[in-house]
Write a new protein. Structure first.
Lengths: 103, 184
C-alpha cells in the first residue's frame, strides 16, 4: 500500500487543493463538476493546510471514480451501436448519477 | 410581474438586481420576451439595454412554441443535457428563477465547449423547455437501456422508454415512430 505513497500524496493534495479553489471560484459549478453536495463542499472548503496534508499522506487515494460499473458496462456493451455523440451521452449519464447520489 | 418604478426609493436595489439579471440574460442571447418575463423591467427599457449591449437590432416576431422541437434526435440530447444541469443546480444550490436559468445555460455552453460540439439549444429554447417541464407538457424519463435521464413528451402510451442514444437507429430522428413500433 505504501509503495506509491509519494505519488498518491501528490495526487490527493492536487485534488483537494483544486477542489478548494474551484469551490471558492464558483461553488455551484464546482459541486456539479466534483459531484459533491453542499455538506461535502463546505467540509472540503474548510479544510486547513495541515488537515489536507494529514489526510493526503495516508497512502490511499481520496477521490473515488465517479463512473460506476453500470455506466462503464453500458458504454462498453453499446459499442455495437455506435452513434455520433458518445461524450454527450456520458455527460448526461454522469449528471443523472450525481443527481441520484446527492438526494 | 409588476413593473418596478424607480421613483419609489425602496425599489432601487431590486431594480439594480433585475437589471443585472437582464444584462446576463441578454448577453446569453435571450429574446426580450424572456427577459421581460424573468425581470419585470419594461420592454422599451429592455430593448434599449439590448441595443446597448449587443449593438444589433433585436429579432422581431413571435417566439417558437412547440414541444416537438425537443424530441428530434440531437435536440433531445442537448435538451436533456441542459435539463440534467438545471436539475442539479436546483437540488443543492440556492439560485432560482432567472439566475438559475442563466447559470444552467452557462454551464451547458461550457460542457458543449468541452466536448467540441455546437450549441443547438438557445437560452430562449431552454427557457421554454423549463416552462414545458413545469406545466407537465414534457417530463424527464429514465432510459431503460442506459439509465440516463432524458426529456420526453408527457402522456406517451408505453412503459419502456429508450433514449435517443440507445434507440437502434439514432440517425432516423423520429423517436416517436420508433415507440409506436415497439408497442405492437
Amino acid at each position: 500500500m505504501t509503495e506509491y505513497q509519494e505519488e498518491i500524496t501528490e495526487l490527493n493534495m492536487s485534488y483537494l487543493l483544486l477542489a478548494q479553489q474551484m469551490l471558492k471560484d464558483d461553488t455551484d459549478a464546482a459541486m456539479i463538476c466534483l459531484g459533491i453536495g453542499k455538506e461535502m463542499a463546505e467540509l472540503i472548503s474548510g479544510l486547513t493546510a495541515a488537515q489536507i496534508l494529514s489526510i493526503s499522506t495516508l497512502g490511499m487515494i481520496l477521490g473515488r471514480a465517479r463512473i460506476d460499473e453500470q455506466i462503464l458496462l453500458k458504454l462498453v456493451c453499446n459499442h455495437n451501436k455506435p452513434h455520433l455523440m458518445p461524450q454527450m451521452h456520458t455527460s448526461i449519464l454522469m449528471l443523472g448519477q450525481t443527481a441520484d447520489e446527492l438526494v | 410581474m409588476t413593473d418596478i418604478r424607480p421613483s419609489s426609493g425602496k425599489n432601487y436595489i431590486e431594480e439594480l438586481k433585475q437589471t443585472q439579471l437582464a444584462i446576463e440574460l441578454i448577453e446569453l442571447g435571450a429574446r426580450i420576451q424572456l427577459v421581460h418575463s424573468e425581470t419585470g423591467l419594461s420592454r422599451p427599457r429592455l430593448l434599449a439595454l439590448q441595443r446597448q449591449l449587443t449593438g444589433v437590432v433585436p429579432v422581431k416576431g413571435m417566439l417558437p412554441y412547440s414541444t416537438d422541437w425537443f424530441m428530434r434526435w440531437s435536440h433531445n440530447a442537448h435538451s436533456s443535457l441542459f435539463a440534467n444541469i438545471h436539475g442539479l443546480l436546483g437540488q443543492h444550490s440556492t439560485t432560482e428563477g432567472g439566475w438559475r436559468l442563466a447559470k444552467s445555460y452557462r454551464l451547458y455552453l461550457k460542457q458543449i465547449q468541452y466536448i467540441r460540439a455546437e450549441p443547438i439549444l438557445s437560452i430562449t429554447r431552454a427557457w421554454y423547455l423549463m416552462r414545458f417541464l413545469d406545466v407537465g407538457l414534457l417530463h424527464i424519463s429514465t432510459c431503460t437501456e442506459c439509465g440516463g435521464k432524458f426529456v420526453e413528451h408527457s402522456g406517451e402510451l408505453h412503459n419502456k422508454y429508450v433514449c435517443c442514444f440507445c434507440a437502434p437507429s439514432p440517425r432516423s430522428g423520429r423517436p416517436r415512430v420508433f415507440k409506436l413500433q415497439e408497442a405492437t
